[in-house]
Design a protein around this ligand. Structure first.
Ligand SMILES: NC(=O)c1ccc[n+]([C@@H]2O[C@H](COP(=O)([O-])OP(=O)(O)OC[C@H]3O[C@@H](n4cnc5c(N)ncnc54)[C@H](OP(=O)(O)O)[C@@H]3O)[C@@H](O)[C@H]2O)c1
Length: 331
């Protein structure tokens, strides 16, 4: 009985939440990105920028003069994205670099090769993600959602922090934007089983990873403010967007989704609007930086995001899992 409840409860909760969010989305106005100023001279990294929301983020940034590096694990998809954007915007500076967030070694290599070039870094978009994938482990043995969506991005951000700090100025802070989801609101962080080893539910694992991203984003913002560094960290919910993220839905639902999604879900460009706003808007400096954003507005998140005990425990567990040390942050 307990097994059935544990298996089905996260499924029902996630689909009910999805339906609620979709209905609200259908009856409210879609946020349109205001015209953003040119961004020549800025450098950005966008994870998972080869398709979906990430692709639209890269495309728009490149059109404004940002030098964008797509970090992704599918080279062919990434290079195709680069070609398409360069055909559309002749002056675009877009590149692809291999980055597999499921491999800590790949994250280290990506950062090493980026730093080797001596470029500044003004914007980091932690966008790549997976949802409802069958039970599996990353190369380092972490549960896939937790490892890719959360730990991979934690490590990437951590290793790039010094460059982000060096590239920011007061009034022109570097920005870390983490693409989370409204699914965080039903997520639960199981501190004694972060890798879902005792019990696996793909739905619960996705929600946990999205809540963990939010807790990380909030804690990072606090640490950056405390240290007086010219970097801000915020999280974004892009809404319910028609992308390949839904490819692992239960087959009958996937068929329904495939038919209805083009009519009822946001387009990837609409999903990218708030991500771009938080990454580029000059209005979001100082006090207005940080937080959790949806539909172009700062929103409240679920209480666990600001639970100091949970923040600290998750932060420390993550550092330990990744073999990092706290003091590196404070330098
Ligand atoms: N779509 C929605 O309704 C929705 C709602 C809320 C939140 N989000 C969030 O939005 C973000 C973007 O998702 P999307 O909807 O644009 O989905 P998508 O089209 O499936 O894009 C996901 C991207 O992540 C990349 N990725 C996956 N695993 C990776 C790994 N191990 N290393 C590096 N890159 C990897 C994928 O690259 P590959 O092709 O190489 O796998 C792909 O480029 C995700 O974080 C998602 O959780 C989406």
């Amino acid at each position: 009985m307990m097994f059935i409840v544990r298996s089905f409860l996260p499924v029902i909760r996630l689909y009910l939440l999805g339906l609620k969010v979709l209905l609200i989305q259908l009856f409210s106005r879609t946020f349109r990105l205001p015209v953003m100023p040119r961004q020549d001279g800025k450098v950005a990294i966008v994870t998972g920028g080869g398709r979906g929301i990430g692709y639209e983020v890269v495309r728009h940034m490149a059109s404004l003069g940002v030098h964008v590096i797509i970090g992704g694990k599918d080279e062919q998809e990434g290079q195709t994205a680069v070609r398409k954007i360069c055909q559309e915007y002749k002056e675009a500076k877009v590149e692809f670099e291999l980055l597999d967030l499921a491999s800590l070694q790949s994250v280290h290599q990506f950062v090493q090769s980026f730093k080797h070039r001596g470029l500044p870094l003004h914007i980091l978009i932690n966008n790549a993600g997976i949802m409802l994938v069958p039970e599996g482990r990353t190369q380092s043995g972490f549960e896939l959602h937790f490892g890719v969506n959360y730990l991979g991005h934690f490590l990437l951000t951590w290793l790039l922090l010094d460059t982000l700090k060096d590239s920011g100025r007061t009034g022109h802070c570097s920005r870390v934007v983490t693409v989370s989801s409204s699914a965080h609101s039903i997520g639960k962080i199981v501190l004694n089983d972060l890798n879902s080893s005792q019990f696996y539910s793909a739905h619960a694992a996705y929600c946990q990873s999205k809540l963990a991203q939010l807790v990380f984003s909030a804690q990072l913002q606090q640490e950056l403010q405390r240290g007086g560094f010219p970097v801000t960290s915020c999280a974004v919910d892009p809404g319910v967007v028609n992308t390949a993220l839904y490819q692992h839905l239960w087959t009958p639902l996937r068929l329904v989704h495939g038919t209805l999604a083009p009519w009822f879900l946001r387009t990837p460009a609409e999903g990218a609007a708030t991500v771009l706003y938080t990454a580029l808007s000059p209005a979001l400096e100082g006090e207005l930086g940080g937080g959790y954003w949806a539909d172009g507005c700062k929103e409240m998140t679920s209480p666990p995001t600001f639970d100091p005990e949970l923040q600290l425990s998750l932060w420390e567990s993550s550092l330990q899992l990744l073999g990092l040390r706290w003091h590196q942050m404070k330098e």
